[in-house]
Design a protein around this ligand. Sequence first.
Ligand SMILES: NC(=O)c1ccc[n+]([C@@H]2O[C@H](COP(=O)([O-])OP(=O)(O)OC[C@H]3O[C@@H](n4cnc5c(N)ncnc54)[C@H](O)[C@@H]3O)[C@@H](O)[C@H]2O)c1
Length: 247
Amino acid sequence: MSELSGRTALITGAGQNVGAQTARVLASAGARVIVNDLFADRAETVVEQIRTAGGSAQTAVCDVTDLAAVTETFGQVGDIDILVNNAGIPITGFSMANFADDDPATWKAFIDLNVYGPMNCTHTVLPGMIARGWGRIITISSESARVGDRKLGAYAASKGAGPALMRSVAKEVGRHGITCNSLSLATQNNAGLDEASDMTLRQLKAYQVPRLGSASDVAAAIAWLTSDDGAWVTGQTIPINGGYATS
Ligand SMILES: NC(=O)c1ccc[n+]([C@@H]2O[C@H](COP(=O)([O-])OP(=O)(O)OC[C@H]3O[C@@H](n4cnc5c(N)ncnc54)[C@H](O)[C@@H]3O)[C@@H](O)[C@H]2O)c1
């Protein structure tokens, strides 16, 4: 029997990149996977890939910043045993600026997605996990929050919330068989960047393993945290960072 057979895993923002790979990996470990995204077409594509590979998946399209929508949409998919709070980059994208010059009008999108998003989703799934006596919650954070980053102050501030929430909830629910952790990511090569370009080579000097991250690096860590081997790990923020920061 596969490790996650009988479990249901919901991954937010799973229509592409890190979330999509996490959905595929958890499905291949036997989980029934619920693919959340703002965009139905992205979620449907991932569900189709999983089904084609022999896995079980369905979509759950909603905006995780909207508590009423999360409550209704998650309520339609049945028991959720594993939650991955992955959605974290607003569709409006980044406006990189030193904080003194940053436009306050851009801040709310980061706070809504990275503070309210994990809070809305975690609050929605916890009662069921507590009642069933088992759960895994993983929130994707960023090295921008853990060690700081120039020109990303508002994003960094918002990404600090997930680990704080996970640490606190971990202390409440460990006795119910639920673990709560965060993964702190350094830059992912989502866009298929040319790692031999001058700009990327300069960036790579900060990495001890000289490449950017891949969605597979992240999904593998999530698979471990959701497996029985990860059962004694809770309240932690684990860097998945190629040695970008070493403490
Ligand atoms: N990409 C990086 O270099 C990097 C670095 C550090 C941390 N991270 C974190 O990793 C996570 C995944 O990053 P990614 O690069 O795969 O993201 P991405 O932007 O490529 O994909 C995220 C998905 O989330 C969806 N989404 C956005 N807002 C949503 C909302 N309100 N409700 C539901 N879905 C929503 C988007 O439609 C998109 O399909 C994020 O939390 C991000 O902050 C990424």
